[in-house]
Design a protein around this ligand. Structure first.
Ligand code: SF4
Length: 204
């Protein structure tokens, strides 16, 4: 692994994991490859192995954190099997002292992996936060530019709804980027209709 890679980092007091920069979207507000931005340094020069990610997490004294978060920038479910393996190893190693584990995702995990992956999250994740980005497919596609096109919208909605069957806490968020109050309210109603908790994140 490149020693300059930032695989784990402290972000607002939580332990964040950055193990891939791959993503099936190209969101207009994404800063993953902007070197000058505060998070641009998360660009990986070669992905770490899952063992290297585990070692990096354990070196951070994870029990001292209130939460472990699979994030990025990049879409963690591009490495779904490694993420699930890491959850299992953390639960095995840390037992009752393992902090809650959250996945921040664009909700395309099932689309990316070609199967409904939500049952595999059971007992591994404590929370999932899905980026909604828009209350309708047009707005969603305008902002996220998914490689698979229109079907990404329905895949994201299905993921939110189905994740609620297996993960105790499912949240849906939007970035307050170019959003009217009416659009935010429409997003809230959509999120709640899917059984998710809604939140608005400030644009960084
Ligand atoms: S889903 Fe996340 S990582 Fe992917 S392009 Fe959008 S903001 Fe960037």
């Amino acid at each position: 692994m490149n020693p300059n890679n930032i695989v784990t980092y402290d972000y607002f007091g939580s332990l964040y994991i950055n193990m891939t920069n791959r993503c099936d979207c190209r969101c207009v507000f994404c800063i993953r490859d902007q070197e000058g931005s505060g998070l641009g340094g998360l660009w990986l020069d070669g992905e770490p192995t899952r063992q290297e990610v585990l070692d990096s997490i354990l070196n951070m004294d994870p029990t001292a954190y209130p939460e472990i978060v699979f994030c990025g920038y990049g879409e963690p479910t591009c490495r779904l099997d490694d993420m699930l393996w890491l959850c299992d190893r953390l639960h095995e190693t840390l037992g009752d002292t393992c902090p809650p584990i959250r996945l921040n995702t664009n909700g395309h995990g099932s689309l990316i992996n070609g199967r409904d992956v939500t049952p595999e999250l059971a007992g591994r994740l404590d929370a999932v936060s899905v980026s909604l980005n828009g209350s309708n497919p047009e707005e969603y596609l305008r902002l996220t530019c998914p490689g698979s096109g229109e079907k990404a919208w329905q895949a994201m909605l299905d993921f939110v709804r189905d994740a609620g069957k297996y993960v105790p806490k499912v949240m849906v968020s939007i970035v307050d980027y170019d959003k009217s109050q009416a659009e935010i309210e429409a997003c809230r109603q959509l999120a709640e209709s899917l059984g998710a908790i809604f939140r608005v994140r400030p644009f960084a």
